[in-house]
Structures are given as structure tokens and as C-alpha cells.
Design a protein around this ligand. Structure first.
Ligand SMILES: Cc1cc2nc3c(=O)[nH]c(=O)nc-3n(C[C@H](O)[C@H](O)[C@H](O)COP(=O)(O)OP(=O)(O)OC[C@H]3O[C@@H](n4cnc5c(N)ncnc54)[C@H](O)[C@@H]3O)c2cc1C
Length: 288
């Protein structure tokens, strides 16, 4: 439980942090809230030469409304702060955030850390995939925006480059024709998702469903959009039979995980059940 020796740097500005990251040439790790990286280091599953502590960079904190109506969430915003922000407007975030970890984890764990870490059982990646957010990354080479679709490449692997910091997460503006929900089957010990499903449903003018965004976590190597479910929902009448039929496609095209908590068959079945529940709840909120 004692990590290997490492250097520690605490930059006072974003530029200083980016320069330190570039200089380290891949041998340094960023630490934000430390909720994932510290346990890994203590177990010696990670042994970076140095830690660059970005935890006090005020530029990366807080939630602001952009001119185009979107919400820009600083990467260092904690789960607890996000829940108190205008982002609580999204039903799926109101569902997901209070059940992540415990109070300490929600007070320390950051949105940027959760995404950059890309744990395959983490709750937030599914929510942000369903919201189709845009990510902002910075390095000494400049800034780029990254659509979240395709960002989670595998277990603990993302499209972030070695010298990049995630700085901001941009949530779409609210829509009156949308309802959303997040439901999960939790590992009772850790709270991590055995299966977690985030759904956003868009209503059609004459009733029924115009379109949907559905994302799953805990099921495969990385959180993913269930495109076959979305295709089955688009243009459907939103009846219980239509929702159940769409949910059957929850794990289409995925290699489903099996482990001591849930074997592959059980997890596949739960993916269907929880997908149906997420869509039902999102649709009910749309009609409410
Ligand atoms: C007891 C416990 C229970 C938990 N339960 C849950 C749960 O139920 N559901 C769930 O989803 N999660 C759970 N977690 C995980 C928790 O949500 C994450 O550990 C946390 O959000 C990660 O954020 P952090 O700021 O602590 O990241 P850190 O641990 O500081 O960093 C994690 C990784 O991300 C990188 N990183 C961090 N910030 C950035 C950035 N801005 N740019 C680039 N890279 C960055 C770091 O280099 C590191 O590799 C639990 C954790 C604990 C300890």
C-alpha cells in the first residue's frame, strides 16, 4: 500500500502544467482529485516518475453558460459541484451523480478525472456519451475540441494524447422536447456499474419518439453508444412493446464482459433490462 517514489510538482498556472507535461515525455502523470490514480499507485499498478498536481488550477474549475446556450464544465469540477450547478437540469445527471461512490469521492473526484481515466465501469462516460458532449483538450501545441463519440477507445484508453490535459466538457443546451434518465445495476461494494444505461429521448411532434441517444457502461471494454437501440427507437410509437423490442439490441456488436460480479450471459440480459428501464424513465419524463 506504499507507492514507489515519485517526484511531485504543483504548477501555479495552466501553461506551467502544460509545459511540465510536455517536458516529461510521457513519464509523468497528472493528478486531479486523486481518487483513481492514488489507489493505483498504492497498489503499484501505476508507478509514474512524477505527478503533476493540477488540483489547484482555478482556470479549470466551475461551470459557466456559453453564449450559444451550452454549459462549459471545467475539468476540475467535482461531482458534488456539478450536481449543484445548472447541469442538474439534466435528469440523467440528477440520477447518476448522487450514487457515484460515497460523499468523499463525490467531493474529491473530478469530471475530467473520470473521463480521462476511462474506467469501463464508470458512470459518467455513459451519461456524457448520451448527451453527446464536446471535450476540450490543451497542450503546449494548442487547443482542440474532441467529440465524445469515439473518445473511449478501450479499458482505461482514450483519444487524449500524452501531452494533453482535458480542460473543459461542453454540455448541449437544454431542450423542451427531450427527457433523460440514468439507471444502473451497481456493484454493492464499490457502487461502480455492473451495467449502467443513460438515455436521452426526443419526442415527435405528433407523439411517439423522434430520436434517442442511448449509452451503456460496465458492459464492454469501454462505454459505448447503443446505435442499434437508437435506430429501433427513432420514429417508433413509444409503446411498451416498441421500447422492449429496441432494448433487445443493447449489447449488439459488443464483446460483453464476464467477471466475478456478473458472467457474460447475466450481464447481457441485464443490459437489455436496464436499457428498457432507462428509455421508459426518459420517455415518462418527456411526457410529464
Ligand atoms: C471508493 C471509491 C468508490 C468509487 N465509486 C465509483 C462509482 O460508483 N462510480 C464511478 O463512476 N466512479 C467511482 N469511483 C471512481 C471515481 O469516480 C474516480 O476515481 C474519479 O472521478 C476520478 O477523478 P479524479 O479527479 O479523482 O482523478 P485522478 O485520480 O486524479 O486521475 C485519474 C486519471 O485521470 C487523469 N487525469 C485527471 N484529470 C485529468 C485532466 N484534466 N486531463 C487529463 N488527464 C487527467 C490522471 O492522470 C489519472 O490517470 C470510485 C472511487 C473510489 C475511490
Amino acid at each position: 500500500m506504499i507507492p514507489a517514489a515519485f517526484d511531485y510538482r504543483r504548477p501555479r498556472s495552466l501553461d506551467e502544467a502544460l509545459a511540465a507535461l510536455a517536458e516529461s515525455d510521457g513519464s509523468a502523470k497528472v493528478i486531479a482529485g486523486g481518487m483513481s490514480i492514488l489507489p493505483l499507485m498504492k497498489l503499484r499498478l501505476a508507478s509514474p516518475d512524477s505527478l503533476i498536481d493540477i488540483g489547484r488550477l482555478d482556470d479549470l474549475k466551475g461551470v459557466r453558460r456559453m453564449d450559444d446556450g451550452r454549459l462549459a464544465v471545467g475539468a476540475l469540477t467535482t461531482y458534488a459541484e456539478l450536481l449543484e450547478s445548472p447541469a442538474r437540469h439534466y435528469g440523467l445527471l440528477r440520477d447518476a451523480l448522487p450514487q457515484i461512490g460515497d460523499l468523499q469521492v463525490r467531493n474529491r473526484g473530478t469530471v475530467g478525472g473520470a473521463i480521462a481515466h476511462a474506467d469501463p465501469a464508470s458512470d459518467l462516460p455513459a451519461c456524457l456519451l448520451a448527451l453527446d458532449v464536446e471535450l476540450v483538450a490543451r497542450s503546449v501545441r494548442g487547443e482542440r475540441t474532441i467529440p465524445i463519440a469515439g473518445f473511449f477507445e478501450g479499458a482505461f484508453t482514450t483519444g487524449l494524447r500524452e501531452d494533453e490535459l482535458l480542460t473543459e466538457i461542453r454540455l448541449p443546451g437544454g431542450r423542451d422536447d427531450a427527457g433523460s434518465a440514468y439507471v444502473s445495476l451497481q456493484n454493492p461494494a464499490s457502487g461502480y456499474a455492473i451495467v449502467g444505461v443513460a438515455a436521452v429521448v426526443f419526442g415527435a411532434a405528433g407523439g411517439g419518439i423522434a430520436g434517442a441517444a442511448v449509452a451503456l457502461t460496465g458492459v464492454a471494454d469501454a462505454a459505448y453508444r447503443a446505435t442499434a437501440v437508437e435506430a429501433a427507437l427513432a420514429g417508433s410509437d413509444g409503446s411498451p412493446a416498441a421500447l422492449a423490442a429496441a432494448a433487445e439490441h443493447a449489447a449488439d456488436g459488443q464483446t460483453v464482459n464476464g467477471d466475478i460480479h456478473a458472467d457474460r450471459d447475466y450481464r447481457s440480459r441485464m443490459a437489455v433490462v436496464y436499457t428498457r428501464r432507462a428509455i421508459e424513465t426518459a420517455l415518462a419524463r418527456l411526457s410529464a
